[in-house]
Design a protein around this ligand. Structure first.
Ligand code: ZN
Length: 310
């Protein structure tokens, strides 16, 4: 197996978990796994019990056999330990660990990759479930089947099966010689600049979406567009598909979605980051990876050592 692909470097990617689809269909297999399984708890706001030191998750045995019916099977890790996800609202107050709550962004910055990856997976699956309680075709209530991976319409005349959805979004670093195009949205923290991004629309390829979004947001037209890597981004339920593109016409006309868009020469960008005039997106994001990879390509590996650690 080729384990060299670029996405492995992106947070939440390459989770070493066997999703074991056969077990999803076998009640007896799930019952056997449950007592020793790790149960990832996620609340209505997408937070989980724990702190910077790590999660405070439970085992199936802590909750008893009846709770298996409310849980979704995530898979097995390489030690064959099983992982489930469970919304905290299904638990009685006494069953919840007495711990503070932590959100995924913070957890991803502090926890080992496996734990933040399994939290990301659980959060995305449970969020989809919370939005799939009714059939989108006939409006009847749905029932979760396949250990939480399918919502089946209860109306026998419809019986449509709904599967977890992921919203594809493109994110792109556009270059022009030794310059890169970055933008900022009004709602972002002060001095934050990032690569351009947007959701793929019906009837578009990923590359079509790259060209449209860059055009709408900055007015820049593109020559080549090539794939970089991808990242699950459960904020709330996206898959970020990263690209590198080269400008054809670099003239900027800032569109309505952005407060500003500018070309940054690589050297100037490093200087602006060092003087805190520019702040990059968080280290867990693919946008940060796109910018860092471009800096290394343009200035060499030493450029990263000049950047402040955050
Ligand atoms: Zn239906």
């Amino acid at each position: 197996m080729d384990r060299s692909e670029a996405s492995l470097r992106n947070r939440f990617s390459g989770l070493p978990l066997d999703r074991d689809e056969l077990s999803r269909l076998s009640e007896s297999a799930l019952e056997a796994l449950w007592p020793t399984a790790q149960v990832v708890l996620v609340d209505f706001e997408g937070q989980t019990p724990g702190d910077d030191a790590g999660p405070r998750w439970l085992h199936g045995a802590d909750l008893g056999p009846a709770r298996l019916a409310d849980a979704s099977f995530l898979g097995k890790n390489p030690d064959q330990a099983a992982w489930f996800a469970l919304p905290t609202e299904r638990l009685a107050p006494g069953e919840l660990p007495a711990a503070p709550r932590i959100d995924l962004r913070r957890a991803a910055a502090h926890w080992p990759p496996f734990h933040s990856g399994v939290f990301a997976y659980a959060k995305a699956l449970l969020l989809w479930q919370s939005r799939a309680r009714h059939c989108g075709a006939c409006g009847a209530a749905t029932q979760l089947v396949r250990a939480g991976h399918c919502a089946r319409c209860r109306n026998p005349d419809c019986a449509l099966q709904h599967f977890p959805r992921t919203d594809a979004a493109i994110i792109v670093l556009v270059s022009d010689g030794d310059r890169a195009l970055l933008g900022r949205q009004r709602s972002w923290p002060e001095r934050r600049w990032s690569t351009l991004a947007g959701f793929v629309e019906p009837g578009e390829s990923l590359e079509d979406a790259v060209r449209r979004e860059v055009g709408e947001e900055s007015g820049v037209t593109l020559d080549s567009v090539r794939y970089h890597s991808s990242q699950p981004w459960p904020f709330p339920g996206a898959l970020m598909v990263g690209f590198r593109a080269v400008a054809e016409d670099p003239r900027i006309r800032v569109g309505e979605e952005l407060e500003d868009a500018r070309w940054f020469a690589a050297r100037d960008l490093v200087a602006a980051i060092r003087s805190d005039a520019v702040r990059l997106p968080p280290p867990i994001s693919i946008s940060r990876r796109l910018i860092e990879d471009w800096l290394v390509e343009t200035l060499g590996q030493a450029a990263l050592a000049e950047l402040p650690q955050d």
